[in-house]
Write a protein that binds this ligand. Structure first.
Ligand code: NAD
Ligand code: 6OD
Length: 486
């Protein structure tokens, strides 16, 4: 059985209290290992190590030296690809087919993506006229912000954690990571990689534990944490923002969504079906950018519903290592209880269940896992809770619409604003509707097509701030104006 320890100041350690919690695999509920739960002593030690490391070898490095080291981290993740893959799939239950294409390659790429931005993004400079005629020169100078707390979720554990750790370290900060309690493995494994690559002690730290009254709250409340970057639920984001208010610490919050997909009758239907199959069901529907509300123009509504249903019938459920499998379990029984409560609610709210709605019979070996059926509904009212609340499972509601104006209003009728997807072959319409979406990210005729130089983040209750490209640079550095009287 594995032991997942904290990684503090370059070394692995258990908690001084010896408190541990279980890590179970959602495929069949077997015990993977025990995870040390951090208390205040471990959080204090990790933050102190991160603060100390801002000086010393890390603080003395040039940007080019830091980038070289982080390139080596990316290479080492790729060299240990299979270990990362196994660890991620055991923790989450997701198919190897998905993690080997998305989670692990992006986990490595996140350490490389920001070096060019850092090297090539200028700071501003202004010449000021002064009464003596000699003038003054202003120029911007970027410094690391300091100790960054990275609090991350379980759905894409390595990808979402390194998406923040990569740019934070490239900008010269140090980090304390609090991975989700559901998925401790890859953050821990990354500690080994940091050691192997010679990243100085204290630059990358990991503390394990839960949120409230545990490592998450202790870390976000720690006075020596200079900024907090978080991905997770909106309600958690609010709690973190309250903590960050003490000491006016910066936050970057990437939170929940209830993302719409708008399918116009002039779309390429094959592409729209293929894209919606991914946006609604990949990773068992546990992607923040995923589609839970589908609006289809009336002339193609029946055909769309029928074809999406046929797509779902083709999904193969099974063990992660089977290369023909495209659909794994939910991350945990706790999360399955939540998703199933919405499946129940959909029936109570009057939904027509097109397909799914329950728990599949996976056979004796797997029935203890957190398996669930991919599900499609139609027929719900616009004010149904199922149409308005984030479920974060493999399910979507499909509703017909009759005009562009109507569908824009329907899509924007939500407290969230993370992403939207538009399917149309009319490029004028695509631009018009995309600009009308109250969302941070809009895809046209694609979904989750990522360019790491672009702004990523949510509007409304889906978050605060943007990361990616220069936006990460803005968050992870403090810009200072230097004014020189000539
Ligand atoms: P969560 O908010 O429950 O947990 C996320 C992290 O926060 C975990 O590490 C958890 O331990 C920690 N945490 C919980 N309460 C805390 C507290 N009071 N103080 C400090 N830390 C605390 O989210 P989750 O269930 O792990 O992930 C699913 C959610 O994440 C969904 O809502 C999904 O939409 C969202 N998400 C958003 C994005 C995005 O980019 N916008 C990406 C992925 C997931
Ligand atoms: O691709 C990314 O950078 C990113 N942050 C993806 C988020 C996915 C949400 O589940």
């Amino acid at each position: 059985m594995k032991q997942f320890n904290h990684f503090i100041n370059g070394e692995f350690s258990a908690s001084s209290s010896q408190v541990v919690f279980e890590n179970r695999c959602p495929v069949d509920n077997h015990l993977i290992g025990q995870v040390a739960e951090a208390g205040q002593p471990e959080v204090n030690a990790a933050v102190a190590a991160a603060k100390a490391a801002l000086l010393g070898p890390w603080g003395d490095m040039t940007q080019a030296q830091r980038i070289q080291l982080l390139d080596r981290v990316a290479e080492r993740i790729n060299e240990r690809f299979d270990e990362f893959l196994q660890a991620e799939c055991l923790d989450t239950g997701k198919p190897h087919k998905i993690a080997s294409h998305i989670d692990i390659p992006r986990g490595a790429a996140n350490f490389k993506a920001f070096s060019e931005t850092l090297a090539n993004h200028p700071t501003e400079s202004f010449k000021l006229d002064t009464p003596d005629g000699k003038g003054a020169l202003n120029y911007g100078h970027r410094s690391p912000k300091g100790v960054i707390a990275v609090i991350s979720p379980w759905n894409l554990p390595l990808l979402l954690m390194t998406w923040k750790v990569g740019p934070a370290l490239a900008c010269g900060n140090t980090v304390v990571v609090k991975p989700s309690e559901e998925t401790p493995a890859t953050a821990t494994l990354l500690g080994e990689v940091m050691q192997e690559c010679g990243v100085p002690a204290g630059v990358y730290n990991v503390v394990h534990g839960f949120g409230p009254n545990s490592a998450g709250a202790m870390l976000s409340g720690h006075p020596d944490v200079d900024a907090i970057t978080f991905t997770g639920e909106t309600r958690t984001g609010e709690a973190i923002m309250r903590s960050a208010a003490v000491g006016l610490r910066n936050v970057s919050l990437e939170c929940g969504g209830k993302n719409p997909s708008l399918v116009f009758a002039d779309c390429d239907l094959d592409k729209a079906i293929e894209g919606t199959m991914r946006s609604a069901f990949v990773n068992c529907g546990q992607v923040c950018l995923g589609t839970e509300r589908v609006y289809v123009e009336r002339p193609i509504f029946e055909q769309f519903v029928q074809r999406l249903k046929e797509g779902v019938e083709q999904l193969k459920l099974g063990r992660p290592e089977d290369p023909s499998v495209d659909f794994g379990p939910l991350v945990s029984h706790k999360h399955r209880d939540k998703v199933l409560s919405y499946y129940q609610l959909a029936k109570q709210e009057g939904a027509t269940v097109v397909i799914g709605g329950g728990v599949p019979d996976m056979g004796a070996e797997l029935n203890d896992g957190a398996w669930i059926e991919p599900t499609i509904w139609t027929g719900l009212n616009d004010d149904a809770r199922v149409v308005n609340e984030e479920i974060f499972g493999p399910c979507c509601h499909i509703r017909p619409f009759d005009s562009e104006t109507e569908v824009i209003a329907l899509a924007n009728n939500t407290r969230y604003g993370l992403s939207a997807t538009i399917w149309t072959e009319n490029s004028s319409r695509a631009c018009r509707v995309a600009e009308a979406m109250e969302a941070g990210i809009v895809w046209v005729n694609s979904w989750f097509l990522r360019d790491l130089r672009t702004a990523f983040g949510g509007a409304k209750e889906s978050g605060i701030g943007r990361e990616g490209g220069v936006h990460s640079l803005e968050f992870y550095t403090e810009i200072k104006n230097i004014c020189i009287k000539l």
